[in-house]
Design a protein around this ligand. Structure first.
Ligand code: SAM
Length: 303
């Protein structure tokens, strides 16, 4: 059988993978930090890959970006200063700027190459967010930015590449790192991170949940199905103020209306509530998890 495309295979484990039919490679570049590829796929449209791992696709990126950003921002009464670490494509920044109370959004990404390529080849991801007057783009290591402790933030969002051994994000998923972030948070502050697959790397999700609970004295987790990641994708958070899990569907809809946010494509009050429903086996793994990721002993995804 002849096919008009080539296959790109992303492995979830050494024995399981997602195959994507690729029409064309649009951009390929090796930076000091990672291999960047932007490709046109048959099923998901344009996709950003870093070191051979799918980061965002134009077809389903909003599942991930809306769910990473809005639970934290909606549960904060008036988020003004927001810190984003990572987030190269600009989708997280785009969602943050939808909240009218935000007056400053600092985004710190280590790789200018990702920001440049995404702006040029996937402009719908950032939708002008990098040109917004409230945006402050810092090209640098997020760990170093936090170590320097510049500024105070109501919300801190970690939109980082997965914790892979030798990867640029590995030391931004540790207790040591979270304790430094804690010092930068305001009174009702909230921190959220992407926390890997709740299926393929549930132990990693449970470890991050436990690590945040240790660093902040409390933590929560939720997840959403991201088709291109081929998995339920997890997020863990610590809220010094209101727990996002306690927001009702009506409160979410009312808050969205009050803030004039009318263009979400995935989340409304009802969908929001489903994020926090975790299966029994995962809850058991979280409850039984004693592992804490530290700088000396970080947690990694298997692949
Ligand atoms: N949605 C994605 C996922 O989970 O597949 C993550 C999105 S985003 C593209 C990840 C970004 O994290 C990249 O642009 C990468 O350059 C950035 N990054 C990795 N390590 C970093 C570090 N130490 N400091 C700041 N940014 C970092």
């Amino acid at each position: 059988m002849s096919m008009g495309w080539k296959w790109f295979i992303e492995y979830q484990t050494p024995h399981s993978a997602h195959m994507h039919g690729i029409k064309e490679v649009i951009h390929s570049r090796k930076t000091d930090y990672q291999q960047i590829d932007i490709v046109d796929s048959e099923e998901y449209g344009r996709m950003l890959l870093l070191d051979g791992k799918v980061q965002s696709t134009v077809k389903d990126e909003y599942f991930y970006h809306e769910c990473l950003v809005h639970p934290a921002l909606l549960s904060h009464p008036e988020p003004k200063d927001v810190l984003i670490i990572g987030g190269g494509e600009g989708g997280t920044l785009r969602e943050v700027l939808k909240h009218p109370s935000v007056r400053r959004a600092v985004m710190v990404d280590i790789d200018e190459g990702v920001v440049e390529a995404s702006r040029k080849y996937m402009p719908d991801l950032s939708k002008g967010a990098f040109d917004d007057k409230r945006t402050e783009l810092v090209i640098g290591d997020g760990r170093k930015y936090v170590e320097e402790g510049k500024g105070r933030f109501d919300v801190a969002i970690m939109d980082l590449t997965d914790p892979l051994e030798g990867g640029p994000g590995a030391l931004l998923y540790t207790r040591d790192f979270y304790k430094m972030v804690r010092k930068m948070m305001t009174g009702a502050g909230i921190i959220v991170t992407q926390a890997t697959s709740t299926y393929y790397s549930s132990y990693c999700f449970a470890t991050l949940h436990n690590t945040m609970a240790d660093a902040f004295g409390r933590a929560g987790g939720y997840h959403v199905w991201v088709p291109a990641y081929d998995s339920m994708w997890g997020f863990t958070y610590s809220a010094l103020g209101r727990d996002p899990k306690s927001m009702t569907a009506t409160e979410i809809d009312t808050e969205l209306e009050k803030r004039g946010i009318k263009d979400l494509r995935y989340l409304d009050g009802k969908m929001y509530r489903t994020l926090f429903v975790l299966p029994k086996d995962l809850l058991k793994e979280i409850a039984g998890c004693r592992r804490i990721a530290t700088d000396a002993d970080p947690t990694f995804m298997p692949i």
